[in-house]
Design a protein around this ligand. Sequence first.
Ligand SMILES: [Fe+2]
Ligand SMILES: [Fe+2]
Length: 134
Amino acid sequence: MQQFEWGEKYSVDIPQIDAQHRQIIDLLDELWRCAHGPEEEKLAPAALARVIRYAQSHLQREELMLRIRGYPDYAEHKTEHDAYRRKVAYLKAHSDRKDLVIRIANFLRDWWKYHILTSDQKYARFFRSNPENR
Ligand SMILES: [Fe+2]
Ligand SMILES: [Fe+2]
């Protein structure tokens, strides 16, 4: 069972960003399978580290892309990314080991689903209607 699947509604029409979002969704799926599988304690921490590391690099690359293209709501978008960074750091520091992986996995799935569908779609709409910024 896949818990978060790529679909056209997630596309921002920027191929390298779509590829990064797909990779995040794939890594979240892998994390979900590790966290619910028989070797959870062995496999899940590494799967969690992979998705967190990749997602952090995506946020940086997306911020750079938004700055280069002159996205007018950059500051607001960056604030959302920063709140995510703080929340992930908090969850890593405050969860006890047993429920750490499931709690963070659930948070990550919900956050990425919502963020790509709302805030990332907001810049996608801007770039579609302002092709000179593309
Ligand atoms: Fe974003
Ligand atoms: Fe994004």
